[in-house]
Write a protein that binds this ligand. Structure first.
Ligand code: ATP
Length: 422
């Protein structure tokens, strides 16, 4: 096998400060004669030329000891931020003159799965690099790049990750991979959609067998949520199509049934109304559409199993409430009242399911939602009125007149107010 040195590629995608920090680590590793590597997704991204990745480093040995040495060696610029003893991982921060660089440093570790779908158990810390890469998800994420002085930039690729990147293939590292950790099925989906890669044939069969076994129906859980979030936040119709077509949805809930056609509509609606959505919440629109045919009880059950926060659950519940409402009305104020108080994300879930509401959603989001009146409770007090329930009614009447276009200017509003008060 030929030796690949990716130093140039590395220098192309990381900042000068990150390179500086990597060299500082390299010097420190020299003192302890430790083997030091950049590992996982970072190496994949260097090969594919993508910048802005997490700088994950692995020490063949004890990362925590190594981090203490870094602190001793560079007392003015290096600080340990977090230590996770049981996994042998540590986060350090380098404060350079103009930037802070964070590094996640892990000890090499060997892992096993006590039962299918369990969290991994750490069997050995400081093992040979081979066992550390063997525990990983896919060949494309199993490569290491040496940071040691004598071979800085040399690639270690025990499992054929480099070729799989060239061939755009996602390949698991052993036959039990998906059974050990079914969240990898969604991770594979994420990488397929993000990079336009395909499942390698045997991996595809293993995925099919794993899902067909029904072992992980309704598996849910926090890690599934995290992967779903990353996958659907890409806003690619393909992700939802594959999710349904290849039965991956069964991991969230085996009863999900929805036409693939809506996936395109999800993607285009999100693009069209992008200004109304925080990109971190895109996935909830996909999830809301996927769950929208279920009852509220069932939605609540699934959101609980996926560890959705109160706010995330609300978005899905509100979408369901909106979908159950029937008559939107014709006047501007009726449209306003129909959507009033609903979050744009819930409104968009409803729109994807009921495209006939498009004109009204546009009217509400682009115009009606932003209409404000000038009169406030204070105005009414200044006019000599006593605060009470009538205030709400008066302000509502003004808003209705304003939204229905009966009044426009502040002057017209004052006139209208006088009329009401009379
Ligand atoms: P991204 O660009 O989406 O962050 P990443 O590959 O860096 O991709 P992380 O979730 O940060 O993803 O994981 C870092 C590395 O840890 C991966 O590259 C992979 O080697 C390993 N890894 C992550 N999740 C798993 C898993 N479920 N099973 C095995 N290895 C995993």
């Amino acid at each position: 096998m030929s030796v690949k040195n990716l130093k140039k590629e590395l220098e192309k995608v990381v900042t000068e400060n990150t390179i500086k920090v990597l060299y500082l680590c390299s010097e420190a590793a020299e003192k302890l004669s430790l083997r030091l590597f950049l590992i996982g997704g970072a190496v994949r991204d260097i090969i594919t030329g993508k910048d802005n990745f997490d700088t994950d480093i692995t020490v063949q040995g004890n990362a925590i000891e190594f981090a203490h040495l870094l602190e001793q060696n560079y007392p003015n610029i290096c600080k340990i931020k977090e230590i996770h003893e049981s996994f042998g991982t540590v986060k350090v921060v380098f404060a350079l003159s103009n930037e802070e660089i964070e590094l996640d440093i892990a000890s090499t570790r060997k892992e096993s799965y006590p039962y299918p779908g369990s969290l991994p158990k750490v069997d050995e810390i400081g093992c040979d690099l081979y066992y550390d890469v063997k525990r990983r998800d896919f060949s494309i994420n199993s490569m290491a790049l040496s940071l040691n002085k004598e071979n800085f930039g040399v690639l270690t690729d025990y499992l054929g990750g480099y070729d799989d990147i060239q061939q755009k293939k996602i390949r698991v590292l052993h036959e039990k991979s998906f059974v050990d950790d079914p969240t990898r099925i969604i991770r594979a989906l994420k990488f397929r959609v993000r990079f336009g890669y395909e499942l390698e044939e045997n991996t595809k069969n293993l995925q099919e067998n794993c899902l067909e076994s029904g072992m992980f129906d309704n598996f849910c859980g926090e890690r599934i949520k995290s992967e779903l979030k990353q996958t659907f936040n890409l806003n690619k119709a393909d992700a939802m199509e594959i999710f349904i077509r290849e039965n991956i949805y069964r991991l969230a809930d085996k009863d999900i049934k929805i036409s693939e056609i809506l996936s395109k509509s999800c993607e285009s609606t999100i693009l069209k109304y992008f200004e109304y959505i925080n990109p971190d919440f895109i996935w909830l629109i996909y999830l809301g559409v996927l769950l929208s045919d279920f009852s509220k009880e069932k939605i609540a059950h699934i959101t609980q199993k996926l560890y959705l926060s109160g706010m995330e659950t609300n978005i899905l519940m509100e979408a369901k409430t909106l979908l159950e409402k029937t008559d939107c009305g014709l006047t501007n104020f009726e449209v306003y009242e129909f959507f009033e108080g609903f979050m744009p994300k819930s409104i968009l879930i409803c729109l994807i399911k009921k495209p006939e509401l498009k004109e009204k959603v546009d009217l509400y989001l682009k115009e009606l939602k932003n209409i404000k009146i000038h009169t406030t409770g204070e105005t009414l007090i200044n006019l000599g009125l006593k605060p009470g329930p009538a205030f709400g009614e008066i302000l509502r009447k003004l808003l209705k007149a304003r939204i229905n276009g009966e009044i426009f200017s502040e002057e017209e509003e004052k006139e209208f107010l006088k009329k009401i008060l009379r």
